[in-house]
Each structure stands twice: as structure tokens, then as C-alpha cells.
Design a protein around this ligand. Structure first.
Ligand SMILES: NC(=O)c1ccc[n+]([C@@H]2O[C@H](COP(=O)([O-])OP(=O)(O)OC[C@H]3O[C@@H](n4cnc5c(N)ncnc54)[C@H](OP(=O)(O)O)[C@@H]3O)[C@@H](O)[C@H]2O)c1
Length: 278
């Protein structure tokens, strides 16, 4: 299975779908992530705070020749935004994975009240220069935070990983990132297992295409050029979620799913302007 790629302004390309790994830990995590790689996943999401960089690294190291195609991702937690701490944390991520480098490193949350994310960004830039990481990006950043980073450092992110699912479609944010050549990854793309897959609009479109509701939601992400990061533990669900690039939703179907969005549609009220995570 060949996965299409999307391209950021600086020419960096990322696979158009990735594996979410929150809660895939330990030996069971190694097995689940390993089987995902064998099924064709090439982008693997992780974070210091998921406590599974070890499992991700072990699965990646077992991948053989495919290692070079993998985009192993991790994220800097809010408690280590200070420049020196951030660099040490990135080094520890690399050591924990057991890889030579981490392919993509993100700042997990901006924590604007703490106001240290510019220092953190400078550390990611330095880590890239030292070869600890290949690409750098953001997660949960608002346009105002991104503009400040670019103004103060001259370095733009290749990607911003934000909450995107049909109840919170983020059309404005997606338009902003597209205009600036920043790729968007969608976290909790299936709504973290909420009632989305039973929604009548989703079920009707799924039936029309003879695919599952989960595939329909993922095809909606793909149509909007959002890189979804569905988490699935079983081989069946992993394979099902990867098999979405042949599903061509009509514009009206994409719009009908986007119309399920609502202003308070965030899963856990995590507005990056005020929410903090450490
Ligand atoms: N940057 C951030 O701040 C942030 C925040 C949240 C999440 N994330 C990332 O985004 C990833 C995905 O988000 P998420 O884990 O919250 O939720 P999600 O991917 O939206 O949903 C996962 C749930 O959907 C189920 N599922 C997966 N495929 C399915 C299918 N084909 N049919 C039916 N059910 C299916 C999973 O089942 P199983 O239990 O069987 O696997 C699991 O219960 C995370 O793992 C993490 O990597 C990032």
C-alpha cells in the first residue's frame, strides 16, 4: 500500500495519514505499532507525555529497511520549554527511542500564559541543526503564536498538529495553514471514540460508499488535506483506517460532514489560548 504525501512550503513531505499511539505502551504497544508499520503506516505519532517513545523506537528499529521511510514523531512537554531543558529533553527522546534521530519533533502545547514557547522553538531549531531531529513543528498553536515564532526566529514550522474531527472541523485554521504552507495534522480524528461513528449523516454517507463510518470520517480528513492520526490497536482497524485513499467523497458530502461542527465541539474544552498542559 503506497500512501500519498503532502508537501509543506519548505518542500518537506509527510505521509497523508499517520498512526496515533496514545495508550499504545509497553510490549503490547511495540506489537501494535510494529504491525501498523507492516500494514503500511509510515508516520507514527508519539510524545514524551505518552510515555511510549521506547515502544515506538523499538518498533521502528525492528522495521528493517523501512526505517528510512518512517516519520517517527515526538513532542516536547510544557514543563520543559526553557531552552536548556528543552534541548536535554530532545536528547532524552532520541536516547529513549534508541534511534539516531527523531524524524519530527513538535512543541506539544504553547502554554501562552507561561510564555516560554519562543525559547522552546529556538531549542528545536538548534536540535535540528545538531541532527537530533530532522523536521520541527508545533502542536496546538494558534495563528498568533505561529506569527510570533516566525517573527522572532525567522523559522516556520512544517506542521501544526491540532484537534480536528467533524464536531470541530477548524475550517478557518485549516485555511490559515494552507495559505502559509504549514501542513495540518488532525488529532482525535475519529473523536476519540465518541458517538461520531453513529451519527446519521456519517452513516448515510458510509452506506452510499459501502465503507465503514470510521473510513468515511478519515476520507473527509483526506479530502480536506488534513493528515489524520487515528489510533487503533487491532490489525483489523489499523488496516481499515489505512484503506481510505480510494474513497472519493463529493463536495456536498464533505460539506455535510463539516456542517456537523459546532463552536463548543472540542472534546475536552482544550482551547490553546487558555488551556495549559505540562
Ligand atoms: N497533540 C495533542 O495534543 C494530541 C491530543 C490528543 C491526541 N493526539 C494524538 O492523536 C491520536 C489519535 O487521537 P485519539 O487517540 O484521542 O482518538 P481517535 O484516533 O480519534 O480515536 C481512537 C478510538 O477510535 C477507535 N477506532 C480506531 N479505528 C476504528 C475503526 N476503524 N472503527 C471503530 N473504531 C475505531 C479506537 O479503538 P481501539 O481502542 O480499538 O484502538 C479508539 O477507541 C492520539 O493517539 C495521539 O497520537 C494528540
Amino acid at each position: 500500500m503506497t500512501i500519498p504525501h503532502l508537501t509543506a512550503a519548505d518542500g518537506t513531505t509527510l505521509p497523508a495519514i499517520g498512526l496515533g499511539t496514545y495508550r499504545l505502551n509497553g510490549s503490547a504497544g511495540v506489537d501494535a505499532i510494529g504491525q501498523a508499520i507492516r500494514a503500511g503506516y509510515r508516520l507514527i505519532d508519539s510524545a514524551v507525555n505518552y510515555e511510549n517513545e521506547g515502544a515506538v523506537g523499538r518498533a521502528a528499529r525492528s522495521a528493517g529497511d523501512v526505517r528510512d521511510e518512517l516519520v517517527v514523531t515526538s513532542k516536547l512537554p510544557g514543563r520543559h520549554h526553557r531552552y536548556d531543558e528543552a534541548l536535554t529533553t530532545i536528547e532524552e527522546s532520541v536516547f529513549r527511542t534508541g534511534l539516531d534521530h527523531v524524524d519530527l519533533y513538535l512543541i506539544h502545547w504553547p502554554n501562552p500564559k507561561v510564555d516560554l514557547y519562543v525559547q522552546a522553538w529556538r531549542a528545536l531549531i538548534e536540535a535540528r541543526e545538531r541532527g537530533l531531529v530532522r523536521h520541527i513543528g508545533l502542536s496546538n498553536f494558534l495563528p498568533e503564536h505561529i506569527e510570533r515564532l516566525v517573527a522572532e526566529t525567522g523559522v516556520a514550522p512544517v506542521v501544526n498538529q491540532i484537534e480536528v474531527h467533524p464536531y470541530f472541523p477548524q475550517q478557518e485554521a485549516i485555511d490559515y495553514h494552507r495559505e502559509h504552507g504549514i501542513l495540518v495534522q488532525g488529532w482525535s480524528p475519529l473523536g476519540h471514540g465518541n458517538d461520531l461513528q453513529q451519527h446519521p449523516v456519517v452513516v448515510e454517507i458510509a452506506t452510499a460508499h459501502d465503507v465503514s463510518p470510521a473510513q468515511t470520517i478519515l476520507a473527509w480528513h483526506v479530502a480536506r488535506q488534513v493528515i489524520p492520526l487515528p489510533k487503533a490497536a487491532s490489525p483489523q482497524r489499523q488496516a481499515e483506517n489505512l484503506d481510505v485513499f480510494g474513497i472519493k467523497l463529493t463536495d456536498a458530502q464533505v460539506e455535510a460532514i463539516t456542517a456537523l461542527g459546532r463552536p463548543d465541539g472540542r472534546l475536552a474544552d482544550q482551547d490553546p489560548a487558555v488551556y495549559e498542559e505540562f
